[in-house]
Write a protein that binds this ligand. Sequence first.
Ligand code: ZN
Length: 271
Amino acid sequence: MANWSIRAIALGANFIMKEAITVGLDVGLQIWFPYLAFFLTDGKRKILVDCGISENWIVDGKAWGGFPAYGGTEYALKEFEKAKINPQEIEMVLYTHLHNDHTGCSHLFDRAIHVFQWDEWQELINPLPSMRLRKDYNPGVIPVFEKLQCWKIDGDMRLMDGIMVYKTPGHTAGGMCIGVETTKGTYLLTGDTAHIYQNLFSQCSEMTLLSGETIRITPAPPVYGPFVPSSLVYDHYAWYRSLYRMRALCPSMEFALPSHEPTIAGRTFPE
Ligand SMILES: [Zn+2]
């Protein structure tokens, strides 16, 4: 078992309605959800998973859905400095998917190899009209990626000792989870296949916010089953298949780390 550690770093946040992320639950509740990046290291190698939102995609302080947001390059650089991460030392950036809030700072990693699914690239360069309407993808990153060294992979792959990627479509066509082996077991970075814990645990009843305050949230009625979809699932059949698959990829769903879960911002795993 490889000996990686995982640090969840908030590269900004978006103040959005929880019902957009957990359909039908806590209607009217608005929360700051972080844009998480994950720094992985085994003591020698340094990898980043996702890289926040672009300042060009925050207009008048508002981002996706017209909701207030903060982040961008300057904000990310300060957070990397606080975490003692030098972008020039990152050898690989893995993208759970290419939505605007996961690709914003890719230009900072010009020495790295950038890894994402081929299907995700196709969706970025040719999104459906509904995706254009929602501004899910930022076409401004296409010329950035064209200048960087990219691996457009197809399906599952063991990238190096202790780091695996698994294609998990549903939220997008080329979504992938990252498996990270640690001394305590294999963690799974879910991307937006699960935005927050409640997508994975329908009975979830509390959430710790970025402010540190813990709030009560509404457990899903039994009709939901084990998982709660977001309003951003483009293929529900694929999404449910991906969720059942994810269950088999880590020791338990407790090892899953969703990419907008405020409870895990700033924490290191294994703890
Ligand atoms: Zn997304």
